[in-house]
Each structure stands twice: as structure tokens, then as C-alpha cells.
Design a binder for this molecule. Sequence first.
Ligand SMILES: NS(=O)(=O)c1c(F)c(F)c(SCCc2ccc(C(=O)O)cc2)c(F)c1NC1CCCCCCC1
Ligand SMILES: [Zn+2]
Length: 257
Amino acid sequence: GPGRGHWSYKDRQEWVLHYPNCESTMQSPINIDLAKTIFSPQLRPIQLSGYSLPSKERLKLKNNGHTVVLELPESLAITGGYAQQYRAIQLHLHWGSPTGPGSEHTINDHRFPGEIHVVHYNTKYDSFEEAMVRPDGLAVLAAFLQVGPRENPYYRQILEHLYEIQGEDEEVFVPGFNIAGLLPANLDLYFRYNGSLTTPPCYQSVKWTVFNQTVQLSQDQISELVSTLRGDDDSPLQNVFREWQKLHGRHVLASFQ
Ligand SMILES: NS(=O)(=O)c1c(F)c(F)c(SCCc2ccc(C(=O)O)cc2)c(F)c1NC1CCCCCCC1
Ligand SMILES: [Zn+2]
């Protein structure tokens, strides 16, 4: 798909040469300044349907050289919290290194150890290729990964396969599980703003949901995530996050006070 161009997080400044959208005015990720968010009571709790997949379902897990992607069936849908219905495409992670955090969004300049993105497209469009270039085309559910005392059994379903896809473009099939377990328990408290893909071609087509509650993984799980995969020319795949972008007058809404 698009964004395949062999760019890397190292040469981010060159992205704009090939992908002009990347220097436009509604880019992601952003820093969320809590003092400037606006409470918006019409932001209803996020409702998910079809997220619990049977273990006989097989999902492709791929190291695409930029992140680890879990492809998702379109049977997963967002049925509440957005004006229209969105169906899942894939989920992927962003992370740092053994010596630093790697979330894409930050809260009051604080960067978390990692971040999950569950990417969906608006079902009023026939495909995500078409949706991807429309302002209301994509919905990404984002949650911060935090270090906690216990192993997270849902992230284990992904992390235990990373050693099988250490090399770029390697992929493996994993059994279905409850994908909702990868997100926070509380889907009522979130931030909402209009932004973009955080990777080339940086299309400004994402209605972002960034959950207030974090997801907890054990330190070992975070270490596994930041130390297993390799990218271009076999270098460690680390610090896979884009720096934050200017708001250019955009407002960040909050579903809570
Ligand atoms: N945060 S994000 O959602 O912008 C995002 C990233 F930051 C990402 F870094 C990525 S991965 C980089 C893009 C890419 C590269 C190769 C391949 C492949 O070989 O199949 C596929 C994709 C990545 F895949 C995504 N999400 C994708 C954006 C690329 C094209 C649209 C498909 C779904 C969302
Ligand atoms: Zn992402």
C-alpha cells in the first residue's frame, strides 16, 4: 500500500520532499496540553463490535520494516463515539528503545513507553484506499502503553510471536483473540482531534481518539517490544515514532471534565 516508499524514521526531514502532505497544517501526532483541551459532552463512549475473534481465526502479523502490523478483518467495527460507522483495517504499535520511551502522542510533553493504533475506515467509502484521502475517512483508536506489575495476557498474543518476524517483511499467522483486550477497560474517557497518518503519505484523513486510561504491560513485555524487531539493513527497529506536529489552531476535545 501507500507509504511503502522506503523512508525511515531516521530521514524524517526528507519525507516532505516526496510526500508534500507531511508539511501541511493538520498533522499528527500532537502534544495534548491538558490545560487547553475543551470538554465536549457530545463525545459519547466508544462502542466496539466484533472485536472478540475466535482462536480458529488466523490473523497475519507482519514486520513491515517500520512497525509490527496485525491485519484485522472488517468484521471489527466502531459502532459508537463517532458520527459514522468505521470498520477495522489493521493495528500496529509505536515504541522507543531500551533507553527511552516511544509513544507518538504526548500528554503535557510526557512521552509514554509505547502506543497502540487500531486503524479503521469509514464504511460510507467502498475501500480504505478511497477513505484514506477523505477528511472523515479514517478513525484511529490510540492508547498509551505503560509499565505495570503484571504481564498483559492480550499483548502476549502478539509479543510472543515477535521472534518469528525479526526480519523486515517477515510475517506469521496468529490465532484470533479478544482484540478489545489490547485497549483500556474504560473507553468513555478520551481526547478527540482531527489529524493525519503519522507516516508518509501523511494524509489528513484521521479522526483521532486518544484514550485517557493507559494499557499496562510488564517491563519484560516492553523490553521484548523494543529489542526484538529489525528494520532496514538489519538495524534494530527502535524509536518508531514521529515527533509532534503543530496544532495550527486545531482544538483538542475531551469526552470528560
Ligand atoms: N500511525 S499510522 O497509522 O499513520 C501508521 C504508521 F505510523 C506506520 F509507520 C505504518 S507502517 C509504514 C507504512 C507501511 C509500510 C509498508 C507496508 C507494507 O509493506 O505492507 C504498509 C504500510 C502504518 F501502516 C500506519 N498506518 C497505516 C498507514 C499506511 C497506509 C494506510 C493503511 C492503514 C494505516
Ligand atoms: Zn500508528
